[in-house]
Design a protein around this ligand. Structure first.
Ligand code: ZN
Length: 264
């Protein structure tokens, strides 16, 4: 794919329930073969680019991460013409050098979830898509160029471990996770591989809210809320510049051809 994006889908996470990025022209109430998506989908425009916004946890965080209908969300965005998805995710830090407030672009994940519908190919024809590089390399590169130009401090090339939740980790789990991952969250899987199955380019933007329990840094809920609020303000500012650039990101990537040679 070479800069032919027609529509960018934004999936907002904790604290981001309305885009606040554009004046919504339309609201789509979509139904899919997998059920209803988490929220109605807002449609608008950013710098000439068609944009769709979906609140992953519903409006007002009524759907916890382990109950999100990820298949319906991805399928609904695809049915409205989305070919690029950028997502916003709150994460815990597993590394000292990734403090609260840091933006992280993971490009690998480890799936520690246990009971989620994680594929569109659950019967009938079987496809085994490659997730060797689960994040779109074209979008990742474009995001890093924009971050550098804007002076946005971003850690890239990190690994995200996705846990089932809703509980947080035990100390033993947290110590184990930090031996093979950098950040921990509950939403990247199966959202990211489902986007690949629908041949959509996918880029997750993660914002660190706190150190995970390994660090033994007790934090007050009010402190987490303060960091989250500040993160949301900063990510919105960044997205205003980033989204149009992602739509025009040059180069090639394998995402739009993910199903070629993947079928049995
Ligand atoms: Zn791609």
């Amino acid at each position: 794919m070479t800069g032919k994006t027609t529509t960018v889908g934004i999936i907002g996470g904790s604290g981001v329930y309305e885009s606040g990025l554009f004046e919504g022209k339309k609201v789509h109430h979509v139904s899919t073969p997998y059920g209803a998506p988490s929220s109605p989908i807002e449609e608008g425009e950013m710098d000439g680019v068609r944009v769709l916004f979906l609140a992953r946890h519903g409006k007002g965080h009524v759907i916890p991460a382990h109950r999100v209908n990820y298949r319906a969300n991805i399928d609904a965005l695809k049915s409205l013409g989305t070919d690029v998805i950028v997502t916003i995710n709150s994460v815990g830090s597993l590394k000292e050098e990734l403090p609260p407030g840091k933006f992280v672009l993971p490009n690998q994940f480890i799936d520690w979830t246990k009971r989620r519908e994680s594929t569109f190919y659950d019967g009938g024809r079987t496809y085994h898509v490659s997730t060797a590089d689960p994040v779109c390399p074209r979008l990742e590169k474009a995001a890093l160029v924009v971050a550098q130009r804007q002076g946005t401090d971003v850690a890239s090339g990190k690994t995200y471990v996705c846990v089932e939740g809703p509980r947080f980790s035990t100390r033993a789990e947290s110590r184990l996770f930090r031996t093979f991952a950098d950040v921990i969250g509950m939403t990247l899987v199966p959202e990211c591989p489902l986007a690949r199955e629908r041949e959509i380019c996918y880029l997750p933007i993660c914002m660190v809210t706190d150190y995970d329990v390994w660090a033994d840094h007790p934090v007050e809920a009010s402190e987490i809320v303060r960091v989250l609020t500040d993160n949301v303000r900063r990510v919105r500012d960044w997205l205003k510049v980033l989204v149009p650039e992602l739509a025009r990101a040059p180069g090639d990537c394998p995402c739009p051809h993910a199903l070629e040679h993947a079928g049995l």
